[in-house]
Design a protein. Structure first.
Ligand code: ADP
Ligand code: MG
Length: 238
């Protein structure tokens, strides 16, 4: 579960081709980071995978099935939004259960999944609070909890920590890495932060103007950057 392949995927907005033909394979259980400067197409690529944008051409396969025409809710992926996407008037429990309620899941199963997610995220004691009564890190965990309960084939994160302060960011980075270890689910994580990329990724995809400059482990990119752009971006001495 969680193998994702992009084959000759392109995306244009009007006349602007934001993603030229792109091929990429993401393996089951991998933590893949898309990194690159602002405007290089990271969010667009993630939204194409999520189905929030339609590809202009090419195909996206999820676990061997052509998902290009499959609507977002049916792709089996969960996008984690920044914590401010929580409902302020609902309890933590209701926020986390929200996607299950929308799917009209059996209430006992909803409760089982919320309880399990809260345990993984250390939110068990906070289920009856509202988001406004939580710290920034706890709110971010609730946003992640809402993704976990769907038991997705892959998690998609778009700069989830960008509105947290520096200390909390370091903390959440570790928590997300630990979560990846315990769930062993594919995660695709978008950031413009080299440190996040280098510390969290199994595999880094360096993007520039919608093109893949290099794909590799943090060590490979550091030791053998494909070009000056990668070297400069990753901060390797070459
Ligand atoms: P990143 O997430 O790497 O900062 P984006 O994927 O948001 O970059 O944007 C890549 C390019 O696509 C940018 O030039 C941006 O202006 C353009 N773009 C993104 N979304 C749209 C849209 N809905 N309509 C037109 N242009 C868009
Ligand atoms: Mg973006």
């Amino acid at each position: 579960m969680g193998k994702i392949s992009l084959k000759q995927v392109t995306k244009a907005f009007g006349d602007a081709e934001v993603i030229p033909p792109l091929d990429l394979d993401i393996n089951e259980g991998e933590f893949v980071v898309f990194v690159g400067p602002s405007g290089c197409g990271k969010s667009t690529l993630l939204r194409l995978i999520a189905g929030l944008e339609d590809v202009s051409s090419g195909t996206i396969e999820i676990d061997g099935q052509n998902a290009t025409e499959v609507p977002p809710a049916k792709r089996g992926l969960a996008m984690v939004f920044q914590s401010y996407a929580l409902y302020p008037h609902m309890s933590v429990r209701k926020n986390i259960a929200f996607p299950l309620k929308m799917a009209k899941m059996d209430p006992a199963e909803q409760e089982r999944r919320v309880t399990a997610a809260a345990k993984v995220l250390n939110l068990t004691d906070y289920l009856d609070r509202r988001p406004g009564q939580l710290s920034g890190g706890q709110r971010q965990r609730v946003a992640i909890g809402r993704a976990i309960v769907r038991e997705p084939a892959a998690f998609l994160f778009d700069e989830p920590l960008s509105n947290l302060d520096a200390a909390l960011r370091v903390n959440m980075r570790l928590e997300i890495s630990e979560l990846h270890q315990s769930l062993a689910t594919t995660m695709i994580y978008v950031t413009h932060d080299q440190v996040e990329a280098m510390t969290m990724a199994d595999k880094i995809v360096v993007l520039r103007a919608g093109r893949i400059e290099q794909v590799g482990t943090p060590l490979e990119l550091y030791r053998t950057p494909a070009n000056q752009f990668v070297a400069g971006f990753i901060g390797s001495p070459k």
